[in-house]
Design a protein around this ligand. Sequence first.
Ligand SMILES: NC(=O)c1ccc[n+]([C@@H]2O[C@H](COP(=O)([O-])OP(=O)(O)OC[C@H]3O[C@@H](n4cnc5c(N)ncnc54)[C@H](O)[C@@H]3O)[C@@H](O)[C@H]2O)c1
Length: 276
Amino acid sequence: MKIGIIGMGHVGATLAYTLCLQGLAETLILIDTNEAKVQAEYLELSDAVKNLDHDVKLVKNDYAALVDAALVVFCAGDITVLETATDRLAELRVTSKIVAAIAPKLQASGFSGLVISITNPCDVIALYLANLTGFDKSKVIGSGTLIDTNRLKNRAGREDVLVIGEHGESQVALNVTPDIEKQATGTGWEIYAAKHHTAFGIASSVARIIRVLKTDTRELLPVSSYDEVENCYYATLTELTLENGVVQRVLPSLNNLETDRLTQSIQTIKRNYLEI
Ligand SMILES: NC(=O)c1ccc[n+]([C@@H]2O[C@H](COP(=O)([O-])OP(=O)(O)OC[C@H]3O[C@@H](n4cnc5c(N)ncnc54)[C@H](O)[C@@H]3O)[C@@H](O)[C@H]2O)c1
């Protein structure tokens, strides 16, 4: 599969490495405005690929090469913004400008595949990217709450848990106590406090989405997808195919409190979108 990654920072570089190791990409197109960084990642990934039993063709800073790519992962941003802020929304002022700079280039490249958007605030940026590129919204998704669900599974010590709604503070954890939910929601910040970024969890989550697409297993994953009625992206269980993108959104059965919380989460995302 030919995959483009826009933004070769912590997340983009880790994802590129993960995709190489897992044999999920035959060609990787690495894009970043920081020429030195993208060149360094290109060189190091080239070194790593030499140890693999499969080849990965690496291309750098070539939007035109995206024309026949199956997927683009959007993870451009500036994580240093969080040094002085404590909410993913604080990133919006910066990341919305980055989306506005990249969307016309992505559109002009002739790319017609599926976009997976990671950049925060994830649900708001997915909608903004879809709107600015004019791409079919069923072919633009956000990485959503797959990462949050993994964190919740680790904290709860169980597999039968799920996070839906915003990838952010208003997310809704199902089937756990408030205490476990609080611990899980704090995980990203706990990692960030020591590392000043997070990368392994999200890179692995996106690699999993890509594996599901590549193998066409149609596993329902909690990714952020477009709800036409709400005109909003938020995470719920979603069935994806490479050809059509989102083919089905499935809302798990919710009690009254969970329904209210999801409504509030959607309102939060919509309010945040209006801040752009
Ligand atoms: N959704 C999630 O679960 C999740 C998890 C982790 C990180 N993130 C988000 O992912 C984003 C990236 O995080 P990071 O740690 O890799 O950040 P980073 O600052 O390390 O990297 C961002 C990269 O984007 C590049 N960039 C900026 N503007 C660009 C442009 N116009 N064109 C091309 N490249 C451009 C920068 O040069 C930089 O290399 C952030 O918004 C972060 O909050 C989301």
